[in-house]
Every structure is written in structure tokens, then in C-alpha cells.
Design a protein around this ligand. Sequence first.
Ligand SMILES: *Cc1c(COP(=O)(O)O)cnc(C)c1O
Length: 478
Amino acid sequence: MLYGEKNKAKFHKTRRLVIGIGQKKHELEIPKYRLRKMSMSADTAKGLIESLLLDEGNSRQNMATFCQTHMEHQATELMAETLDKNAIDKSEYPQTAELENRCVNILADLWNVSLKEEYLGTSTVGSSEACMLAGMAMKFRWRNQARELGIDVDTLKPRPNLVISSAYQVCWEKFCVYWDVELRTVPVTKDKLTLDLDHVMEYVDDHTIGIVGIQGTTYSGEYDDIKGLNELLSKYNREHEDRPQLVIHVDAACGGMLTPFIEPEMRWDFRLSNVVSISTSGHKYGLTYPGVGWIVWRDRKYLPKELIFEVSYLGGEMPTMAINFSRSASQIVGQYYNFLRLGWDGYMLTHLKTTENAGLIGKAIKESGLFDMYNEGSRTPIVCYTLKENAKYSDGTPVVWNLYDLSDRLQMHGWQVPAYPLPEGAKEVTVQRIVCRADLTSALTEAFINDFEQCLNDLKEAHVLCNEKKSGRYGFTY
Ligand SMILES: *Cc1c(COP(=O)(O)O)cnc(C)c1O
């Protein structure tokens, strides 16, 4: 959100607050949009802010977000203790840098990097920054290669392009706008919400900097067929030696720390020869509070030198690649805590439990008979569905409400479940999506299912509906 002008009218509003009782009573004036002249006590300030934040939704009932909403208190304490450490200051905090180094190596290993190559990686603020870095590396690498092949890269048209399914996360649109790359989207269809391998190669030419495969789309949590895509690219690269080599970046914001534990045999990662970089969000299934992300390149040749900057490190220099400079290292510490605390088994069991809970929710929703399922939560812990055309309750009562009404009903029970239209190619379909996370306990799962069924019953009897004409995005949280 960008804030500005519209707050002008409210500029002079102040809040009067009476503190204390009897003789000790005094009034505090607190301007909202100007700095208050006087200081106040730490306790008063903390209390005021706490009460201000009180009526926000309960994050653990937020089924819209992929982001971690609960960590163990030991992790929280550790993160609070390390808030002061600056992640960029490798010289002052060499041990923190070492933890980051360990995390990168752990991830590279989880993603089956080849030890014959020189992999490189870094932490980021989240997948968005990681995807920016991946995109920049692809753009610079493409340009260097295209120049060598005698392709004109210095005229403004055509611009370099990036190919991705229309179910992309908004960070890719940002990348393309910010770095002046043409975003070429392969439309999904209402029957298939992932990258269309029958048509993807039609979008490719000698100005393509790369193709992005999504390991868990934001819309439905389904996986692109990256193995199939890899085969198409191998064939293309063999047949077009006069063109820059086509490469894949895998946006594994959602699946990067999920798939290796629950489907370790699935090939989507560095085992595929054309996958040159992978990014993920530590704050999604990496189980760390926001914001931390990660990116690894399979070999330094995919990360052009122009993009690397040196920072001082124990009297020497250390290569870095980042858009930001200073930020707290506490999320990196939190990520390492999870790796250390959970180990491989802990991650696997946590994710299996979450997927089991998602499966229960998916099953209950499917069994209501009112919905067509896109994702039943059995593979990724994400449940996604649309209302059947001419849906009828089991007693024959027709459904007259829509998914936005159901979202409103669920909200009455405290559950935040977004409804939104599908992307380009399937825009006419509205879906609802439930993201299950590790902090959704069995008890909460049961409570959710009961509330969901109650909502379906309530809507059957309801006379007033509010969202009949509503269209466009609504309550959609990336
Ligand atoms: C969440 C998400 C992102 C953005 O990740 P952040 O960590 O929130 O910056 C990018 N791509 C996909 C597929 C996502 O699900």
C-alpha cells in the first residue's frame, strides 16, 4: 500500500485518552498523523499499540496466507535476541554469516545440486527478492550469450522476454516491469491450472531469457510439470545451437521446502539439467516467520559477474548479491533453528501431518457434493475448489449463493478463506482456496470442518445474500 494525500483530512485528528484514576488521572493527547511533542512511558506506548492491534484477525485462522503464523517460543526468543544483527555485516557477525552459509548448503543439498558444479546461493527477504535476482541473472546471462552469438540485443525492439504460465505470482510481473522484460504468459485453462506443455514452446524465441516453472502455484497449489518442461528444453537446445541456451528457473516459493520431504523422489530440482536456479520462501513451508527467502544457482556460470558486489568480511572481501542492503539477521537465525531443531524427519513429519489435515478438509468439502475440486489437499496441503454449476444440496435444494457469500459466512466464525477469479485463460471461474499450515492442529482442523458444514447449512436457509453481483478480486492474499 502507498500512503499519502488521503490522510491529510485526518491530519489534525488527535485522540484523547484518560489514564489513571482519581487525583492521578491525566489526559493524554495523541495525534495520529503527526509526531507527538512529548514522550510517554514505555508501558503506555506498548499498551496503546497492543490494544490498537487487537481487532485484527487471528492469524492462525487465516486460511488465506502461505506464511508461517506460529513458531515455538524458543525460536521466538532466539529471534528476538538476534534482532540487532545486521545480515549484510558479514565482518561484524561472521557467525551469523556462517549460519546463512549453512542454510544455503542445506537447501542446495535438499535440491540435489551436483557437486561437480560450483553452486552459489544467498538468503533474501522472501521469494519476491529471490525471483528478482533469478530474473536478473537470467536476463544478464541471456544478453551475454546472445551477444556472443551475434544476436542484436542493443536495439529496444524486440525486448527480451520471460515465459511463464498465467498462474504466476505477482512478483514476476514486477520483475518484468521493473527490469523492462516482456512477460509472455501461457494461459491456463479451467481444466488445467498449470503450465501448458503442449503450447509453451510456441512462446519461445531467441530473445527468451528463460522459462519459469512453478513448484506450487499460488492459485491452486498444483505443480507445473518441470520434468516434462526440462525435456522440451533439452530438445530445443539441441536443435537451436545458434540461439542462447534456454534455461529454467523454478519458483518453489511454496514447494521448495515441502516437496523434498514429502515427495523426495519427484524430479523438479537440480537433477534436471536445464534447471539453473531455484528460489523459495523460508516463511512458507520453511516454517520461519516472515521475511526470509532463499535462492541457489546450480553453477556460478549462471550468475553473471556484473551482478555480484563485494562486501568486507574479516579483513577480506565476500561476494554478495542482493537488492536490499541492511536487514535483520533474525529470520536467518530462525530458519537455521528450524533446520537444527526439526532435522529431515521433523520437516517430513510436520508436512505429512499438515497434508493429512488438508486431506481431511478436502474430503469433507468434496463430500458435500457442491464443489468441483482443483486440489483436494492430498499432495500439497492446499485445498482449492469451485462451486459446481447448478449445484444442489442432497435434498435437491438449489444453491443460490456464491463463494463470496461462503467466505463471508466463514468469516463469521473467524476463518479467513479467500475467493477469487482464476487467471488469464480461466477468468470466468471463481475459486476458493484453503492453505493449511503446520499450526493448523487436528483440533483446529475438526473445528474448521464443523464450521464449514455449518456455513453450508446456514446458507441453505439464508434469505439475504450480499454478493450476487460482486466480481473481481476479493480477499485474495498472496
Ligand atoms: C508467495 C509466492 C511468491 C512470493 O513470495 P514472498 O516470499 O511472499 O515474497 C512468489 N511465487 C510464488 C509461487 C508464491 O507462492
